[in-house]
Design a protein around this ligand. Structure first.
Ligand code: GDP
Ligand code: MN
Length: 377
């Protein structure tokens, strides 16, 4: 689950990291009212689940009340990488000496958190990664022992030379690691981490994702979910109890079981296709889950064909077949539906399908090859 900058900043503050104050506005009147509490200049910042707001015009410095009103009017309602801006953060502007990058994410290879630092942070970090990759330093942390002071110190020395800045950065790195672990994050990023002309180190931007599987431990973080900002299909999937991940291909996949879903996606690739999604309807799939799954798959305009791969164990083939037939009555599905149905109550399932004019394969190879052949590319 992605959260907004102002929410991530709240978590950083709770962990002791210096972060400028700020409040959220939904319209320009509110933005002006908030700005009056601060000394000018302020920054008006789009709150969307996307980086690159600065380059898109979603971060504006404002020196007067009129500036704030104009900035809020300009930013509210704009789209940044497909995300509509419904709220802005109004925060006092900081004077900046240097901009650095500090992040923590989970490295799949080492299965541990890795801390990433770069002295050249700011909005061009992607270009730095391409043109000067050696300036980006990574340190993998053994989660059993946590982050040691000497490790934090080594990283802080990459960011700053001056002793006092290094000392502040050591604390911030330790606090950020604590924030990362204690909130079950999969990613946290401060970019930029600034130093000011008065010698302070502060986080003026924050980005954070919470691991969905950790959310049950953190009731407060659950309330950070912004359903409006979340892709509609993900909300539908969560509410229906389905695991869904959108991908970029055109073969919509509906499978029971995560392992079979992965194998199905592999096979789609093997036959030259591209999966549009990962979707696991789970073990005991009642017909309503299948209807929900089809609504989600068909809401993706890239989908050209819908592939069902059902291996009935606890899942009953007749339930799935009934779900498909029910869905066809409820929603208009233009794409061909290619089905493999085998296992528990297979005969009953096939009966239900054939009475609705549908048929099914029993072989996984056959069904995937057929589905891929129905796509245009
Ligand atoms: P992003 O583009 O979505 O990463 O948004 P950021 O919050 O990182 O802002 C982008 C850039 O705007 C930063 O790298 C800064 O250069 C600038 N900026 C943001 N906040 C301030 C501020 O308080 N003072 C000044 N001078 N510049 C700021
Ligand atoms: Mn940033």
């Amino acid at each position: 689950m992605d959260i907004h900058e102002y929410q991530a900043k709240e978590i950083l503050r709770e962990n002791g990291i210096p972060v400028p104050p700020g409040e959220i506005a939904k319209n320009s009147d509110q933005a002006v009212a908030i700005a009056k509490n601060y000394e000018f200049t302020v920054v008006v910042k789009a709150q969307v689940h996307s980086g690159g707001r600065g380059k898109a015009g979603g971060v504006k410095l404002a020196k007067t009340q009129d500036d704030v009103r104009k900035a809020a009017d300009d930013i509210l309602g704009m789209f940044i990488s497909g995300h509509k801006v419904n709220e802005v953060l109004v925060t006092p502007a900081e004077d900046i000496d240097t901009e650095a990058y500090l992040g923590i994410l989970i490295d799949r290879e080492t299965q541990s958190p890795v801390i990433v630092v770069c002295a050249e942070g700011g909005i061009d970090i992607e270009e730095v990664a391409v043109n000067n990759p050696n300036s980006i330093h990574k340190l993998s942390i053994d989660p059993r022992y946590g982050l040691f002071r000497h490790q934090a110190y080594g990283l802080a020395r990459i960011l700053y030379q001056e002793k006092d800045l290094v000392k502040q950065a050591v604390s911030i790195i330790e606090q950020l690691y604590q924030a990362f672990i204690s909130s079950g994050a999969s990613m946290v990023e401060i970019n930029p981490l600034i130093s000011t002309p008065t010698g302070d180190v502060k986080a003026i931007d924050a980005k954070m994702s919470i691991d969905d599987s950790e959310l049950f431990k953190h009731p407060k973080l659950q309330s950070y979910r912004d359903v409006q900002a979340e892709p509609r299909a993900e909300t539908m999937a969560r509410e229906a109890g389905l695991s869904y991940v959108k991908l970029d291909g055109n073969v919509g996949c509906c499978v029971n079981g995560a392992g079979l879903a992965m194998a199905t996606m592999d096979l789609v690739k093997y036959y030259g296709g591209d999966p549009a999604n990962f979707l696991d309807i789970g073990g005991s799939s009642n017909p309503q889950k299948v209807v929900a799954a089809l609504k989600i798959i068909t809401s993706d305009p890239n989908v050209e064909v819908i592939l069902f791969n059902i291996f009935g164990g606890i899942t009953r083939c007749d339930d799935v077949a009934k779900g498909i037939v029910d869905a066809l009555k409820e929603i208009e599905i233009k794409s061909p539906i290619i089905i493999r149905l085998t296992g528990t109550n297979e005969a009953e399932g096939l009966e239900i399908l054939s009475s609705a004019g549908l048929s099914a394969f029993t072989s996984m190879d056959d069904v995937v090859e057929q589905a891929v052949s129905e796509t245009t590319k």
